[in-house]
Write a protein that binds this ligand. Structure first.
Ligand code: PRP
Length: 194
């Protein structure tokens, strides 16, 4: 896939202080993960499950690079409140369309930070008794982890900073940047002071 150069995203890149990961790096890493998934799940007809919305670019790339028969489904969750989220409770606002009982499920995430969302969703999925349940994450932020979650496939470790792009947002923007970059402190400090 060819991507437009970062400079083409002038208004968005004006808020980025540093590019941490380029499109080429991500594409190569996703290709490696897809190759491993294709080998590990050959003849198992896995279901890839993602939680909207940040996972969309990663899921689209991974799905197309996997070379075995595969199915895909999505969930959406939302926090009741920041306090509830801190306790690992999120609300399921869109459930899967497919039953997963007895199926080989690969849960695909864009980013894992505290691990609370993942832990809640995995509990929900495990209760439906899939044959296997593994996790594939593109970006891992290990610094703020509160719950240890086993990651079978992992793309990149990220610093505990406000990073955007490739699905990662700040106030719903920057998801379309074909890179991962650090947001300039002024961008979110202005919001806090406003
Ligand atoms: C992100 C990501 C995970 C969650 C990880 O979603 O997709 O679901 O945060 O954080 P945690 O490990 O601290 O629980 P977000 O709530 O930003 O929603 P989005 O995917 O719509 O951007």
């Amino acid at each position: 896939m060819s991507y437009r150069p970062p400079a083409a995203y002038g208004a968005l890149m004006a808020d980025v202080s540093q590019i941490l990961i380029t499109a080429e790096d991500i594409e190569q890493r996703v290709d490696e993960i897809a190759e491993r998934v294709s080998a590990d799940y050959a003849d198992r007809n896995p279901i890839l499950i993602g939680v909207l919305k940040g996972v969309v670019p990663f899921m689209a790339d991974l799905l197309r690079m996997i070379t075995i028969p595969v199915e895909v489904d999505f969930m959406a969750v939302s926090s009741y409140s920041p306090e509830a989220r801190d306790q690992g409770v999120v609300r399921l606002v869109k459930d899967l369309e497919m039953p997963i009982t007895g199926r080989h499920v690969l849960f695909v995430e864009d980013v894992i930070d505290t691990g609370l969302t993942l832990s809640y969703v995995l509990r929900t999925l495990r209760a439906r008794e899939p044959a296997t349940l593994e996790v594939c994450v593109l970006f891992n932020k290990p610094k703020r982890r509160l719950i240890d979650v086993p990651l079978k496939y992992k793309g990149f470790d990220l610093p505990d900073k406000l990073v955007v792009g490739w699905g990662l947002d700040y106030r719903e923007r920057y998801r379309n940047l074909p890179l991962v970059g650090l947001l300039k402190p002024g961008v979110f400090q202005n919001d806090v002071e406003a």
